[in-house]
Design a protein around this ligand. Sequence first.
Ligand code: E4P
Length: 214
Amino acid sequence: MKFFLDTANLDEIKAGAALGMVDGVTTNPSLVAKEGKDFRTLVGQICEVISGPVSAEVVSTDCEGMLKEARELAKIAPNIVVKLPTIPEGVKALKILAGEGIRTNLTLIFQPLQALIVAKAGATMCSPFLGRLDDIGHDGMGLIDEIRTIYDNYGFATEVLAASLRHPLHVVQAAKAGADIGTMPYGVFSKLLDHPLTTIGLERFLSDWKKLKQ
Ligand code: E4P
């Protein structure tokens, strides 16, 4: 499974990249707004740090507006993936952009038919938001299972990007469910390698080593 950082914060992205564990980045309008910087400049800077896919989202809700924004975003860097909302106008735009070779990530997916439709239309990635489903008492991880089954049944190449991951267990469960990608905030990402027994075990090895007369 690929690990994406779900942030528009350059410091977090640089810190993640330094560990060599970040395969890509997802942003959304809320994350970009938090940074208070010019959108295009910020996305360009992210693409300089991360060579893998960087999702940048349109804010138009009509097909023409989305196409215009998508074509502009795609010019920023070769690794841009244009994020489109999963609404009828978004699917119209997706088909046209797929024909132009522009990669897309269909976002705000909450049920399996949305994922089936965007895969049929040629989406590069689909983003089921499992944490937001969990938040309202639905089975977020079950959605990943359903999408995985549907995509495997028909051999769709669209990547399943498990989004809205809230904690490391979500990452484990998404990996077991066969998600191609997991995108997570830096706070979750930074805990992926942690285990208290690893920390304690290393401390003990090092203190025992110091006792050795050399
Ligand atoms: C994915 O691309 C989204 O940006 C993100 O995962 C949404 O997560 P949230 O529900 O924590 O806002």
